[in-house]
Design a protein around this ligand. Structure first.
Ligand code: ZN
Ligand code: ZN
Length: 270
């Protein structure tokens, strides 16, 4: 199993020279297993991934949505495989958690005139929509489970298992006032990797309660309680530039050696 970060920014894309090393694109994670390419969220980072998939001659993918806030769907109209009639994409979500409006309705609405020039029905790729069952989705050698967590309008974390390896992707989550969310601790048990929302520093979080995001401190608490091998911190605040994140990287390395702040292009093989 391999995974690569194509977008690590939270809330809104933050392009520019001050964010160029960690990257300015919003959330998109690629996970490759023997069953093919699995994509988690379609923030602006998915645009670059689309080009890469076409370069690799890949003709299908499965796209999972943690939730349907803008920073997790806005890249889809720029995912060029969507314009290829030979490309097949399966779209997965948990509508009972992430909003009453179905995923297709939301993706269609963001391409409506007069705020976007290309309508949803112009897209040529072969599309199918899937609600993920309560007990998860099973592919030949890949199993994907979900867990509801706390975020405005709802969110799910995903646990991706393939062979003997396991990744938990928990972006856009707010912890309870007492710290680590016990649901996520149980869901992340013994994972190789936990990817966790650390948009705010503990100091910033004090004035941003109920915004739906968490901190590196609580990420470390979850990872320690769950016995996670390596922690990745993501969904960086758009105001956090490269210098700020470098300092934060030093802080988290001291607090839990091996912890990494994600950056665009970071590819990991398990
Ligand atoms: Zn987000
Ligand atoms: Zn969100």
């Amino acid at each position: 199993m391999e995974f690569e970060f194509w977008g690590v920014r939270g809330s809104v894309a933050a392009a520019g020279s001050r964010t160029s090393r960690y990257g300015g694109n919003t959330t998109c994670l690629e996970v490759d297993t023997p069953d093919g390419v699995f994509i988690f969220d379609a923030g602006t980072g998915i645009r670059g991934l689309g080009g890469r998939l076409q370069d690799r001659g890949i003709a299908q993918c499965r796209l999972f949505f943690t939730h349907i806030h803008w920073d997790h769907i806005q890249g889809l109209p720029f995912f060029t495989p969507m314009y290829d009639p030979d490309f097949k994409v399966e779209l997965y979500s948990v509508p009972q958690v992430t909003g009453a409006r179905a995923l297709e309705e939301t993706l269609r609405a963001q391409m409506n005139a007069p705020t976007f020039p290309v309508p949803w029905d112009y897209l040529q790729a072969q599309r199918s929509f899937h609600d993920i069952p309560e007990d998860g989705a099973e592919f030949d050698e890949t199993r994907i489970e979900w867990c509801e967590l706390t975020h405005p309008n709802g969110v799910v974390a995903f646990r991706i298992e393939s062979g003997s390896h396991c990744i938990v992707f928990a972006t856009d989550v707010e912890h309870p006032s007492e710290g680590a969310d016990p649901r996520l601790v149980a869901f992340s048990r013994n994972a190789d990797v936990l990817i966790y929302d650390a948009q705010y520093t503990p100091e910033e979080y004090a004035t941003r309660k109920n915004f739906g995001h968490s901190t590196w401190e609580v990420g470390i608490e979850v990872a320690n309680k769950a016995g996670v091998e390596q922690l990745f911190l993501t969904h960086h605040d758009p105001s956090h530039d490269d210098i700020f994140l470098d300092e934060l990287q030093s802080t988290v390395e001291r607090a839990r050696p091996g912890t990494l702040l994600t950056h665009e292009g970071l590819r990991v093989r398990l």
